[in-house]
Write a protein that binds this ligand. Sequence first.
Ligand code: NCD
Length: 307
Amino acid sequence: MKKFSQRHLLGIKEITTDDIELVFETADNFKAIINRPIKKVPSLRDITVANIFFENSTRTRISFELAQKRLSADIVNFSASSSSVSKGETLIDTVNNILAMKVDMVVMRHPAPGACVFLSQHIGANIINAGDGTHEHPTQALLDAFSIREKLGSVRGKKVAIVGDITHSRVALSNIYALKKLGAEVMVCGPTTLMPKYISSLGVKVEHDLMKALNWCDVANMLRIQLERQDIKYFPSLREYSMLYGLNKERLDKLDKEIVIMHPGPINRGVEITSDVADSKHSIILNQVENGVAVRMAVMFLLAGQG
Ligand code: NCD
């Protein structure tokens, strides 16, 4: 049986193309299972997983929890606001205390980039990064690429435009790594102020004109402006941002082809995407959410299978 090359899923940068393909093949099986009347399998029975969330989350936390339940894992949930972290405990002490209760796997979301890497150097459990600040969000990128593969047959050779707040979005960086490893062409599009200076060194095209990006791409992944991570103003107003970079029906109608629309959620309707586009037949936003459960099942199954 093929095995995942890493003990942890810290970022897409660290994993191989074979790892990604293995996640997809495994997720194909799990997707078939969760569409059956009996959705539960015993694959993670006797495995205890701690979901440790130091940052808000709806979709990702529920998706991981559902994936764990479908795999029959035991689950403990922890969120920073209701914990001893607010009493001044360090990250390692918090996690070591949880591990002392015999936890095998940790799913962590944390505002500090690299928090999961740090943890992986200090504790024995398998660690899955559920988003570390502005850095990576590997399971989101895996489910995004899986959704493109499902919709268009494959990722190789497809043109994907990632639009919006490239600087502060962990979804952008993980998507760039995943799509490049799978042989897609990637373009990032947004205002100069939301574009990191090093970005072209990752082998992506850079475009500041949304219509040019839309005309070029097969898939547009619309990102949310990460206002909570912006300590200064990067553009005059949300209204101006959406005038220049918001995806609406008029812009889509001007294209001479159909493109696939994606969004990692949560959507700010009327800012990066209008409701008619988000809810249109071009959008695979809810397929992404559905695929998230199967992809996370695959990741946890593969990591647990390493002994
Ligand atoms: C993303 C995140 O948290 O990075 N959301 C998610 O995981 N569903 C994207 C975002 O918050 O904009």
